[in-house]
Each structure stands twice: as C-alpha cells, then as structure tokens.
Design a protein around this ligand. Structure first.
Ligand code: UDP
Length: 405
C-alpha cells in the first residue's frame, strides 16, 4: 500500500531529547521503518524547519521523507505552528492531486498534523487514520495556565476524532480520555507503540559506571511533567545511589538551560547534588548503552501519553519504577515487571527505589518478566502488521464512502 505519514513538527530525522523532539519522532521513524519492511511504500511528510534540508530524503530504512514548505524554514516551537497547517494541507493536497503519487491512506500523528491531513484528504478522497500522541485536555488538566497550546486545541481534537476514519489509541487511559471528549469508541483501535529490539537488548556495550554505587537512570526531555524533580526529591531516601538524567539539550548547552539549572538547584537544596548527573541529549544509537549501565530506570512523569523509555529499559533487561499514569500503567505490570507509584509523590517513589535497589532477586525477576512482555507485546513488526490491517480496511471503506468531512 501507499502510506502517507504526517508528522508536522516531529521529523523522523530529528535530534532527540530536545524540547519538542521526543517520542513522536522515534515513533514515526520506527513505524515508517517497520511498514517499509512489511513491503509498504511509505512517505513521511514533515515541516521544513531549516533552509538546507533537501526536498526529499530517501532513508536507508526504506521510507522517504518529504520536507513540506509551510511557515518559515526555521525551528518554530510546536505550539506556534497552528497558523501554518492550512498551507501544509494545501501543499499535500496539491501533491496528491497533481503529482504521480497519491496515498491509499494518510496516517496523521498529533492533532495539528490531523488538521493538515484532513484538509488534504478531503480534497483527494484519501482515508485518514489519526494517532493523537498527546491530548490537549490532559495537558490542560496538568499544566493549567502554563499550557501554551493554542486556544481551541481541545475543540479541534474533538472534531478530528469524528472526522478521522480510524483513531489509533496507544493505551487504555487514552480510550477513557477520548470517550470523555466525545470521540466515538467504535472509531478507536488500541495499537501500542513498539520498541526497537535490535537497538534495545540486554547484551551490548555499556557506558562506564562506578560499580560501587547503584545507578538510577531517568530519561526524557527537560520539561516539568517528566517528573525529574520528584526523582531528585526521592534521592535522600536512597543514600548510596547516583542518579543519571539523560535528555534535554546537548551537554554543552545544559548550563544555559533554565530547567536544567532549576533541577541542579533543587539537587543542591536536597543535599544530593554530588549524586545527580545531567548528561544532556544522547544519540539514539547510544541509548541502549546508558540503559544497560543502570540498576533501574525510573520514569516518573505526571502524565504520559505513551512513554517509550520504560519499554526501552525493559527491552534492555533493566527493571522499571514508573508512575501509574497513561501508557506506563499498561506497559509496567505492578509487582510483576516493575513497580508503579502514584505520580508527583517523591515519598512513595523514594520508598520504591530503596526497596528495589536493596532486592537483587526482585530486580532480576522484574527484568526477566519485563523482557518477556516486551518481546510478546511490543514489537514494531506486530504494530506494523496491526496497522497494515487497519489501513487496508479504511482504504476499502474509504473508496466506497469518500472520507469527506
Ligand atoms: N531519547 C534519546 N536521547 C535522549 C533522550 C531521549 O534518544 O537524550 C529518546 C528515548 O530513547 C525515547 C524518546 O527519546 O525513544 C522519548 O520518548 P518518550 O515516549 O519517553 O517521551 P516523549 O519525549 O515522547 O514525551
């Protein structure tokens, strides 16, 4: 099948760990790769955010990336991209109508891509599949006045859920959120993300570490909701351990990063500054070596639409302590493949970390069970097969009933 994947701000070619580059970039890159491997003809459409980018990139993974001219050819925070989505959609519509390649299905990632995609698809009679990745209603609930999403996001998300031919949800929690939003349950299919099992495996290189000191690793973008503050606040409960934080801007830019500075100040205030190490952004290919260097991974977000890092750690045979939110509540089976604690509760987190670090047998049991779980449920191949079947269904139905909204 010819599959268009639309990911307006999250290019599969981007550097990860920076503020707007995270799980969605990885997801799109891995999914496109897995679909190409299944024999599909995949094109990813992402916004041109630098002048020097070529129009078309043929990746070694077998899919193509098209840089869409929509808005200025420079980095723009994702919350300021909405005004350019009309242009993005018109450009795709023009390509699909007048070019020599029209997709059988268009799969939009994130609500703004959804807007551009519905715009293009309704003019070219292409069925639309939508993955939200994150929801405005959840962000508003947790961030309140700090939420910089464009006004109207929640309304657009509601409308998109009705306009799309199929909505892919990534965890149980998202089903409930979308039902509350007014998206028909009959449109939703649960297809969790995968994890790259060649990159994330128990054997392979390990970054050097102090063998005498237990290592707690936490990974993610330097944003408040990732809960690094709670991890730092939990450290006094685990007196011997070091805490390594991977992600954020590249190491040389950390001293200028406001969030990194606040985190360092917090570590000083908690008396743990000598045990907290901020590493900055790490290239994706090196992530496995960091996971494998840890005794456990902690993923302590306040909320998490999916959460790739716990799965990546699980695939590396590293036990996880996670907060009981979003996709983490599905991927970590409490007491079997890891421990779940309430979000924003550094006391509960500290107790869980202390207990697990002190219990080698439990860590080993969690790691073994986690590896089984990842292998049986979270492969990208399985994800691509499931989505391939969904695309085939909407493409057939879509031709009979034009996906016009
Ligand atoms: N990541 C990375 N380098 C870093 C930090 C993160 O490659 O320095 C990757 C990490 O391995 C994971 C993704 O970025 O694949 C983060 O995804 P997650 O779902 O945890 O969070 P999101 O960024 O989507 O909120």
């Amino acid at each position: 099948m010819r599959i268009a994947m639309i990911s307006e701000h999250a290019s599969p070619l981007a550097v990860l760990g920076e503020e707007d580059a995270g799980g969605q970039n990885t997801h799109v890159a891995e999914l496109a790769t897995a679909l190409a491997r299944e024999g599909h003809d995949v094109r990813v459409y992402t916004r041109r955010d630098a002048v020097e980018l070529p129009d078309v990139v043929d990746t070694s993974a077998g899919y193509q990336v098209r840089h869409v001219p929509a808005g200025p050819a420079l980095r723009v925070p994702k919350d300021e991209l909405l005004p350019h989505m009309g242009e993005f959609g018109r450009w795709m519509a023009d390509q699909w109508r007048n070019g020599d390649w029209r997709p059988d299905v268009a799969h939009a990632h994130f609500w703004m891509s959804g807007l551009a995609t519905v715009h293009a698809a309704r003019r070219t009679n292409v069925p639309v599949v939508l993955t939200y990745h994150a929801l405005g209603s959840v962000k508003r609930r947790h961030q309140g006045a700090k939420d910089t999403s464009p006004p109207g996001r929640i309304g657009y998300e509601r409308a998109l859920g009705r306009a799309a031919d199929r909505v892919i949800v990534q965890c149980q929690d998202e089903v409930g959120e979308l039902v509350r939003l007014g998206v028909p349950r009959s449109k939703m299919t649960l297809v969790p993300s995968g994890v790259n099992e060649r990159m994330f495996r128990p054997d392979g290189p390990v970054v050097p570490r102090d063998p005498a000191r237990p290592r707690i690793l936490t990974v993610g973008r330097m944003v408040e909701r990732k809960g690094f503050q709670e991890v730092v606040r939990a450290l006094p409960a685990v007196p011997d351990a070091e805490c390594v934080v991977v992600g954020g801007p590249p190491a040389e830019l950390l001293p200028a990063d406001g969030f990194a500075r606040r985190l360092t100040a917090l570590a000083e205030a908690c008396g743990v500054a000598d045990r907290v190490r901020l590493v900055g952004a790490v290239p994706r290919e090196e992530m496995g070596a960091w996971y494998r260097s840890a005794d456990l991974l902690v993923a302590a977000p306040w909320y998490e639409p999916f959460g790739l890092t716990p799965l990546e750690a699980m695939a590396c045979g590293v036990p996880v302590v996670g907060t009981n939110v979003g996709g983490i509540a599905d991927s970590v089976v409490d007491g079997l493949t890891g421990d779940l604690v309430p979000p924003r509760d550094s006391r509960a987190l500290g107790a869980a970390l202390r207990r697990l670090l002190a219990d080698n047998v439990r860590r080993f049991a969690y790691a073994t069970a986690a590896l089984d779980r990842v292998r049986s449920r979270y492969s990208w191949k399985r994800c691509a097969e499931q989505l391939g079947a969904i695309y085939a269904t909407v493409a057939t139905v879509g031709r009979a009933t034009p996906a016009v909204v």
